[in-house]
Design a protein around this ligand. Structure first.
Ligand SMILES: C[S@@+](CC[C@H](N)C(=O)[O-])C[C@H]1O[C@@H](n2cnc3c(N)ncnc32)[C@H](O)[C@@H]1O
Length: 309
């Protein structure tokens, strides 16, 4: 069994989790599961629930996968993705019973605060995708981070920030938890309960494949002029990093970077000779990006600029 979910291969979004697991059951998520020990233990203790682990680290994905195989676990899957994006795009409204974060990187310095996972926006997203009565749980060794998280949840009408505990008793300690405890440091747990529904704007609501046409002949030198120019529209951004031409002049590849807010993607756009003097501009299939507003803007805008060139 393959435990790794590749969301790009299971449209539409949000994902129909009952179909993925082959059963309807309460759904829980662990964000940043690290070596995966806690998630494996949680899955074994709650066989009646379905679990998703979300992580950025490839090494963590491999460790978890091995661990799940060894324990013959059938109620858990993992996604390698940035957590705020994954929680917002892949989970239906009111679908999660529990979301857990064990020892997230706190990013204590003020100049790094944008890197902190918890923000007012993320609290709103969590409120939208948790079930009514569902819980968000944070365990951290940083008292200020627990207090900061509590203030964010208290400020949201979607949650009751129920309690903050010191040194909570837990069924299994994570690797970081053991480390902090051995150093004699306290740990803190915040639990917030969702009490009000909310809606959210998702980036992948309409994921139709973008493409456009250039109605005239194009040449490498006019395409190369696009390199390095940054295009910004509202929350979206794109830049052409490099251009490659095929020796027969019948196709070009543009290496792209896009951003939707903080969410960054790298991929290619193809310019392919269509009929006579027409050229088709579309996403190349090598790296399939999510079709976010920035990706669609990039395809459309490149067509528009080259039509005018
Ligand atoms: C400090 S480690 C804690 C690991 C584990 N929970 C533990 O307690 O041992 C934080 C983990 O969160 C992951 N992480 C950091 N930012 C993330 C993000 N935006 N989305 C998903 N995972 C993230 C990191 O890869 C890392 O494994």
């Amino acid at each position: 069994m393959d435990y790794l979910i590749v969301p790009g291969e299971i449209e539409p979004y949000p994902i129909a989790w009952e179909a993925v697991f082959g059963r309807a059951a309460p759904l829980a998520v662990e964000i940043g599961f690290g070596n995966g020990d806690f998630l494996v233990n949680w899955s074994l203790q709650q066989p009646g629930w379905n679990f998703i682990g979300i992580e950025l680290s490839m090494e963590s994905m491999m460790k978890l996968q091995k661990n799940l195989y060894q324990h013959k676990i059938v109620n858990t899957r993992a996604i390698r993705e940035e957590a705020e994006f994954a929680i917002r795009e892949f989970f239906p409204l009111n679908s999660l019973r529990h979301v857990l974060m064990n020892f997230p990187d706190p990013w204590p310095k003020g100049r790094h605060k944008d890197r902190r996972l918890l923000s007012g926006d993320f609290v709103h997203i969590l409120g939208a995708v948790l079930e009514n009565g569902g819980q968000y749980e944070l365990v951290t060794d940083q008292q200020w981070y627990a207090a900061h998280a509590r203030a964010l949840f208290q400020a949201s009408p979607l949650f009751e920030a129920s309690y903050l505990e010191t040194d909570p008793a837990r069924p299994l300690a994570t690797r970081y938890e053991r480390k902090w405890r051995e150093m004699g440091r306290n740990t803190y747990r915040l639990v917030a309960r969702k009490v009000q529904n909310a809606s959210i704007h998702r980036l992948l609501e309409d994921s139709a494949m973008p493409h456009t046409f250039i109605e005239k002949e194009i040449h490498l030198d006019s395409i190369e002029k696009l390199i390095g120019k940054e295009y910004i529209e509202a929350e979206t951004f794109f830049v052409v990093k490099a251009v490659f031409g095929s020796p027969d002049g019948k196709g070009y590849l543009l290496r792209m970077i896009t951003k939707d807010g903080q969410y960054k993607q790298g991929f290619y756009i193809t310019l392919a000779r269509h009929e006579d003097h027409r050229w088709l501009v579309k996403l190349d299939t090598t790296f399939q990006p999510y079709r976010t507003p920035a990706v669609k803007l990039a395809v459309w805008k490149i067509g528009e600029i080259l039509n005018r060139a």
